[in-house]
Design a protein around this ligand. Structure first.
Ligand code: NAG
Ligand code: NAG
Ligand code: NAG
Ligand code: NAG
Ligand code: NAG
Ligand code: NAG
Ligand code: NAG
Ligand code: NAG
Length: 855
């Protein structure tokens, strides 16, 4: 039969933790998208059970639910072939799907064999190299259900669709066999660095591989030919298709690996494929002085992808054990709250980490610097023309997950903003909404569009990182900058002029934003305290107390918080109470928490919306991230669980395409924006509030200061070397130095302080390898000399230092096209923010199906 009956999706929570779960046939989870291989913003493949008529036998897609990613998987039992992913052939019967934080596990019946296929996208909090290697496993296990042995062969192929967003683009490929593995490499013939088409990267190298084993065969060729050939013979020809062509050229070239398992009653160990997508460089980042290429962090251990693939495949048993242990730990903690909460952790975790790039830099001798981890977030799912890099509200939302999984990650996602703003010479003292258009950030002047929102978010996160990691190096190194931000908040929180907010309100009247600004002032108080500057700490803390009194006077009506000062009937989710809890500022009194919880209980009870409460009384859209932050501050378990249930209902809704969105209609669930967004890390807010504060250690030296830089006046090392209990003399020296530094900075840059140029021109990035594109053999496929030429070109390429340097476009279009799009960036951000406000107010109704608006 071609189409399977509807799948039974069983809660992972139940399966992992209950002995009887395997018999449970009640459907609990119906997400619109099930993660397959999800490791980075450009490597994100999902199954969409709602597409077409035959769930789940369909093509995998990109996170948007619309771009097909060819991936065809078959098992052949006694000569009959059954499909478990893709559309070409006879489908097996799906029995069960389990979703955990790291894995999607499908159980199928294929003739007399029960097949278990696990898509494992590792999450490796203890090992950055493993975390940053953008590969996933697909493992296959089978056992006979009639007790008899059967002849079993398995097959997987991928198409070129992973390597470009345009199917008419030319691709090329190679097959590599090492002592440990066999893998295909697929890439565009002309890579376009730092360019994407409909969110698909145009500079990817895509891999499909398997460990060496007996019975392994492989082939490159047209899709139908390879699949038919496997179906009739159970093996492949170990042959390359010599004709490089377009992704969709002449029957779509595909890249297949198959294994003959012999005649078995069950697999003794899983058959494992790896699939990966590598971009190198992955990010161009402004580091405070210039733009630098950032490389995938795994390069610090593996010089080439080949040895990393070998290790990845060899390490599968350990990686699987670590994944199972992490899943059990996370879900075990989450179940203490509720089963629905554990489901949300399962949905959110891969999605959050799939929005991040873990990067390192190259030092002068060409090696990679293991001490330089920087994490970049893509604003996945935004409706804008370009995606923003390190959006502050996105980091703020995902921060609980990063802090909880490994606080080093929290450090490394804050660092790019600190470097960017510290290096920015425009004299601004507030935080920009983002660092530019992913994957390129550059130094720019920026206008104060959303300063209170983003400056308080950054201060709160920087302090929370120090508080829960005990690591004081960020606050020590960037104290002058942080203090500037704190002073900005003191000046602007109660008087923000006409700024935008992340909650759809206006900065001047938003009760929620005002609270965040005040908690931000308390954060700089805490930072000052940790650095031994108790005078400053006291001053900021007094300010915060003074502000919170003013806030209380204006923000309460009828026994609860309103959302907009001056509008006593307004209400909203005042989710920045989460910040008060996170940094333990104790500014919001218990009486307010209690009355607010009672009010939320009433709202939840009265609501007829299926998918949540609108973020504000004046709007119609719900936001999962801010709903989760709010839930974490509600002590009453039934009200808290009601909020969790709202988000769960949307996470588990299959009426729209695309992975778990952030912003959607509270009544219909229709997507507004944020499909597959990493902001879902906000789900971890409840767990993050269980973290224990640490004593903050201020490091004796500052590793960031280049050794060759002569110390002038007080060196940063001397500043940072002061421990918390430093003598008062040292502390006042520091204060004096900071004041001096501030004054100096101000006067040096006062010209551009008020609204500098809207945008400096794109900083042309140097250092892209300029290798001519490979000749495409299509013109003379059987010509031996042309093949030899090709081979020589491959070989030349493999002699370059990083053994597989991709050919790079000589077309001037790529960077200049980029440059023009980044020149529009500020306009985009303004438009984006405006649109967000309008959407929050329910004035417009974008859906993901509309093309991005043109500016
Ligand atoms: C969508 O979800 C509903 C439950 O809400 C379920 O009955 C239905 O089968 C699901 N459809 C698919 C295609 O998953
Ligand atoms: C699919 O099933 C039909 C009917 O059972 C059978 O004739 C056909 O050979 C099968 N196709 C493959 C590729 O196994
Ligand atoms: C967090 O990451 C760092 C850096 O990779 C590592 O040294 C540390 O062991 C990790 N901590 C945990 C708890 O896994
Ligand atoms: C292509 O594959 C062949 C055979 O494994 C190998 O010798 C060659 O180095 C590969 N080329 C590149 C560029 O990796
Ligand atoms: C921050 O910027 C100041 C002024 O340009 C500079 O002196 C300092 O070294 C920078 N700090 C770091 C940690 O880069
Ligand atoms: C603080 O964290 C950074 C980044 O992980 C690390 O390089 C540094 O050594 C840490 N400092 C201390 C004192 O642990
Ligand atoms: C305080 O904010 C006002 C605008 O509201 C601005 O004109 C002034 O320069 C700011 N002062 C400081 C010290 O930042
Ligand atoms: C949600 O989307 C569906 C399908 O596009 C549409 O029919 C419906 O009117 C939308 N509902 C709302 C409240 O926008």
């Amino acid at each position: 039969m071609f189409f399977a009956p509807l799948p039974t999706l069983v809660s992972a929570a139940t399966i992992l933790c209950s002995a009887v779960a395997a018999q449970e046939q009640t459907q609990r989870l119906w997400p619109a998208a099930i993660p397959l291989a999800v490791r980075s913003p450009y490597f994100s493949s999902w199954m969409n059970p709602t597409v077409d008529t035959g769930p789940p036998f369909m093509w995998a897609s990109f996170w948007d639910g619309t771009r097909t990613l060819g991936w065809a998987n078959y098992v052949r039992v006694d000569g009959a072939t059954w499909l478990w992913l893709g559309r070409y052939g006879n489908a097996s019967t799906i029995k069960e799907v389990e979703i955990t934080p790291t894995r999607s596990i499908f159980t199928f019946q294929a003739g007399p064999m029960e097949v278990k296929v696990t898509y494992l996208s590792p999450i490796e909090p203890a090992d950055l190299v493993s975390q940053s290697f953008p590969f996933s496993y697909m493992s296959f296990e089978a056992s006979s259900t009639d007790g008899n042995p059967h002849a079993v062969e398995v097959y997987s192929d991928i198409s070129g669709e992973w390597a470009s967003g345009i199917n008419s683009n030319l691709i090329q490929w190679n097959l590599t066999t090492t002592t440990a593995s066999t893998y295909h490499t697929v890439l565009r013939s002309t890579l376009q660095p730092m360019t994407e088409t409909n969110n698909i990267a145009e500079d990817s190298q895509v891999y499909l591989g398997m460990s060496s084993r007996s019975g392994l065969t492989w082939q490159t060729g047209t899709d139908t030919a390879l699949r038919d050939s496997f179906s009739s013979t159970g093996q492949l020809a170990n042959a390359q298709d010599p004709t490089f062509r377009a992704i969709n050229g002449r029957d779509w070239p595909v890249f297949a690996i198959s294994a003959n398992l012999g005649t078995i009653t069950s697999t003794s160990s899983p058959v494992v494929w790896c699939i990966g997508l590598v971009r190198d460089p992955s990010i161009v980042a402004w580091n405070g002085a210039s733009s630098e290429d950032r490389h995938p962090y795994f390069k610090t251990r593996y010089q080439d992808v080949s040895s990393a693939i070998d290790a990845f495949l060899l390490n599968f048993p350990n990686a699987r054990d670590r994944a199972v242990a992490l899943d059990e730990k996370l879900m075990g903690e989450a179940e203490k709250v509720s089963d629905q909460y554990a489901d949300l952790i399962s949905f959110a975790t891969r999605q959050t980490l799939g929005g991040l790039e873990f990067t390192t830099s190259r030092v002068a001798d060409g090696s990679y610097d293991p001490s330089d981890l920087q994490i970049f977030m893509k604003d996945i799912g935004s409706n804008g023309q370009t995606s923003r890099m390190n959006p502050v509200e996105g980091i703020y939302a995902a921060f609980p997950a990063l802090l909880y999984l490994n606080s080093t990650w929290a450090y490394s996602i804050l660092l790019p903003h600190l470097k960017f703003h510290n290096g920015s010479q425009d004299g601004t003292s507030f935080v920009a909404p983002d660092l530019g258009s992913f994957p390129v950030s550059q130094s720019t002047s920026h206008q104060d569009l959303r300063g209170v929102e983003d400056t308080s978010s950054m201060l709160i996160m920087v302090y929370a990182h120090a508080l829960y990691s005990g690591n004081g190096s960020l606050i020590a190194r960037y104290h002058p900058l942080l203090k500037r931000w704190g002073d900005y908040l003191v000046n602007r929180t109660m008087n923000p002029a006409n700024q935008l907010t992340a909650d759809g309100g206006q900065a001047g009247t938003s009760v929620n934003l005002m609270l965040k600004g005040i908690v931000g002032v308390q954060a700089i108080s805490g930072i000052s305290q940790a650095l031994g500057d108790s005078a400053a700490s006291q001053m900021y803390s007094d300010q915060a107390k003074n502000f919170i009194t003013q806030w209380r006077d204006q923000a309460m009506n009828d026994g609860h918080l309103i959302s907009d000062i001056g509008d006593p009937q307004s209400w909203g989710l005042i989710y920045n109470t989460f910040a008060d809890k996170l940094i333990r500022s104790n500014l919001v009194g218990q009486d307010i928490y209690d009355s607010q919880a009672a009010f939320y209980k009433q709202l939840a009870g009265d609501s007829t919306n299926l998918f949540g409460l609108p973020l504000r009384s004046s709007g119609s859209d719900a936001r999962s991230d801010w709903t989760m932050l709010t839930a974490s501050t509600i002590e009453d378990p039934s009200t808290r669980d009601a909020f969790i249930a709202m988000v769960h209902s949307r996470a588990n809704y299959n009426g729209t395409l695309g992975a778990f969105p952030v912003t959607y209609s509270a009544s219909s669930g229709n997507v507004t924006r944020g499909i597959a967004s990493p902001a879902q890390g906000a789900v971890y807010s409840l767990l993050s509030l269980q973290l224990q504060p640490q004593a903050i250690a201020i490091p004796a030296t500052t590793p960031d200061v280049p050794a060759n830089r002569p110390a002038r006046g007080l060196s940063s090392g001397a500043i940072a070397g002061v421990v918390i209990s430093a003598v008062a003399a040292a502390a006042s020296l520091i204060v004096a130095f900071f004041l001096w530094r501030r004054i100096r900075n101000r006067s040096a840059t006062s010209d551009s302080e008020e609204g500098g140029p809207a945008m400096t021109p794109f900083v042309q990035v140097e250092g892209y390898p300029s290798i001519p594109p490979l000749e495409v053999a299509a013109a003379a496929p059987s010509n031996a000399s042309s093949k030899r030429q090709q081979q020589q070109q491959w070989e030349q390429r493999s002699q370059t230092p990083s053994s597989f340097v991709p050919p790079v476009s000589q077309e001037p279009t790529s960077l200049s096209a980029y440059s023009s799009s980044t020149n529009n960036q500020l306009r985009d951000v303004v438009e984006d923010l405006r649109r967000e406000v309008e959407l929050m107010r329910g004035h417009t109704n974008y859906t993901y199906t509309e093309p991005p608006p043109e500016y």
